[in-house]
Ligand binder design. Structure first.
Ligand SMILES: Cc1ncc(COP(=O)(O)O)c(C=O)c1O
Length: 351
């Protein structure tokens, strides 16, 4: 690494590496006044339920949780029937990065389908049809999609609608892991896109990530199909996701949803990823698969540059057999961070 290049103030490790937005922290401090009833019987939580119904333009049921893994397990638990399996890709966070939580907590099987750029296809779903009605096979019951996908791609609302139709026609429900749903909405044009890819597409249950989007620990399960809402509050408690002082999670979401701050922050994060792509795509030795669709890039670098660069400014390796790494932006990434990082990449790769 050329010693003279100053590293950026913020890393390109993850949107989880960023702190919380000041408006979120202010909202938590403001919610710290006096007493409020516990377990969600407070005005902040009532306000969040209304705010999410307005945002999705539907009468949704909102259940707040501590973590994204907990939100996914709760959402899947609400959607699964007995003897049923969850269908996902091998990249899906629920199968690759949740330590087997859905299997352990729900006692379900996860069936991994092949995908293209992290996206499931209708044909792949149809390839499971031979399992149906055979007592030796867990029955595909819930299709789980991730939006933004784990490979940084974004399903269009039409792609989701087609998958939902294929799933529903097979008697399945559809779960959308929306840890980065804000980034997907920003990429696709905002609130209308959010509605189109969820309610409009016929998805049954969505998780909406607040933590990666400027929260300090706030996730939401949004149940769109009222038939799935009945048992969900009990499941949340059983799955250790019921906060007693829920007002502090709710206050975070109220801050993020107010004046569409969530969208502004996700838009900024996506824009910085595009900027990083532009700033590095002409550097000889850096190979991008294409421009980012949301807030992550998966470039291939010269093998010998990876470790010096990671020591200088942290990011995660992705597929080291291919010398591929992941660069991810966050709500607080600045142009200066991008410029400095690109300068460091140019200096290291060019060494
Ligand atoms: C696609 C996806 N889903 C869910 C999560 C939620 O994870 P956590 O339990 O760490 O909040 C993450 C976090 O990285 C994620 O990337």
């Amino acid at each position: 690494m050329s010693a003279h290049v100053e590293p950026p103030q913020r890393s390109f490790a993850s949107d989880n590496a960023a702190g919380a937005h000041p408006a979120v922290l202010d909202a938590v401090v403001a919610a710290n006044e006096g007493h409020a009833l516990a377990y969600g019987s407070d005005p902040w939580t009532a306000g969040v339920a209304n705010a999410f119904s307005a945002m999705f333009d539907a009468d949704v049921t909102t259940l707040l949780t501590f973590s994204g893994t907990g939100a996914n397990v709760l959402a899947l638990g609400a959607a699964l029937g007995r003897g049923e399996a969850v269908v996902c890709t091998r990249w899906s966070h629920i199968t690759a990065d949740e330590t087997g939580a859905p299997e352990r907590v729900l006692g379900t099987k996860l069936i991994e389908l092949p995908s293209i750029d992290g996206k499931i296809t209708v044909d792949a779903l149809a390839s499971l049809d031979h399992l149906r009605g055979v007592q030796h096979h867990a029955q595909p019951g819930v299709l789980s999609l991730t939006q933004v996908t784990e490979l940084g791609t974004v399903y269009t609302p039409d792609e989701i609608a087609d998958l939902v139709e294929a799933a529903h026609s097979r008697g399945m429900r559809v779960h959308l892991d929306g840890a980065r749903l804000a980034n997907a909405a920003a990429a696709l044009g905002g609130v209308d896109a959010l509605r189109a890819m969820t309610v409009g597409a016929g998805v049954d249950v969505v998780t909406f990530g607040g933590t990666k989007n400027g929260g300090l620990g706030a996730e939401a399960v949004i149940i769109l199909d009222p038939a799935l809402a009945g048992a969900a509050p009990y499941l949340r408690k059983q799955f250790n996701q019921l906060a007693s002082k829920m007002r502090f999670i709710s206050a975070q979401f109220l801050a993020l949803l107010k004046d569409d701050l969530w969208l502004e922050l996700a838009t900024r994060s996506n824009r910085m990823a595009s900027r990083l792509y532009e700033a590095t795509s002409d550097i000889p030795g850096v190979t991008h698969e294409g421009p980012p669709e949301a807030n992550s890039l998966f470039p291939v670098l010269p093998a010998e540059a990876i470790e010096p660069l990671r020591e200088w400014c942290f990011f995660w390796p992705w597929d080291l057999e291919r010398n591929q790494v992941r660069w991810m932006t966050a709500w607080d990434t600045t142009e200066d961070d991008v410029n400095r990082f690109a300068a460091g990449v140019a200096a290291t790769v060019g060494d």
